[in-house]
Design a protein around this ligand. Structure first.
Ligand SMILES: [Zn+2]
Length: 194
């Protein structure tokens, strides 16, 4: 939806929508009162806000899910924003600006910056290139824990090329851990009883 703004065709004055009327689509709705010059002939704004205008409200949108006003107060600033490095200047910066504007403070105490999963050659995955690895297929073959273990092996802020042999290693390691736990746990239970 475009900015809720019109321009007077007579004198060029800017007309803003009234706050209580929002949301307003200037292409569909007309101003409720004439321009200061008396004209009712307006040119609607066509430009729209980009997606970050809404995405930057994520802390506020999350807090709105909580009903208790006392709990709400404690939720801002939040403790952690997890996100990847590609949208630092979009999601992160926009949310900080909104936080300063609406709350007079930063939206979170810490940010964790992750990287991307790349294709085996270290190139970005894209549908058009046909080099996308579907997580669902990986989970089916190597289990969800296998995929988690692989992803946890990345460094903060760094990309991680997807190499199938790493998943083979992850699954083998997890199988060993599982078998060792199944052997050890009953022994420990006996020990605790004694
Ligand atoms: Zn006017």
């Amino acid at each position: 939806m475009p900015f809720p703004v019109w321009y007077c065709r007579e004198c060029g004055e800017i007309k803003l929508a009234e706050e209580e009327d929002l949301p307003v689509d200037p292409l569909v709705d007309s101003p409720k009162s004439p321009c200061g010059c008396g004209s009712t002939d307006f040119e609607p704004e066509k430009d729209v806000l980009d997606t970050w205008a809404t995405s930057s409200l994520t802390p506020d949108l999350a807090i709105e899910l909580v009903e208790d006003p006392e709990v709400r107060k404690r939720l801002y600033p939040m403790s952690l924003r997890p996100q990847a490095h590609d949208i630092i200047t979009f999601w992160l910066f926009n949310t900080v600006v909104k936080g300063l504007f609406h709350h007079k403070g930063i939206p979170w105490e810490n940010t964790i910056i992750s990287g991307w999963a790349l294709d085996p050659e270290g190139k970005k995955m894209s549908k058009s290139k046909g080099n996308v690895v579907e997580p669902r297929d990986v989970i089916e073959k190597y289990s969800a824990d296998g995929l988690r273990l692989w992803a946890a092996g990345s460094k903060l802020g760094e990309d991680l090329p997807f190499k199938e042999k790493d998943l083979v290693t992850a699954k083998r390691f997890l199988t060993k851990m599982w078998n060792a736990s199944r052997f050890a746990l009953p022994q420990l239970e006996e020990r605790n009883k004694a």
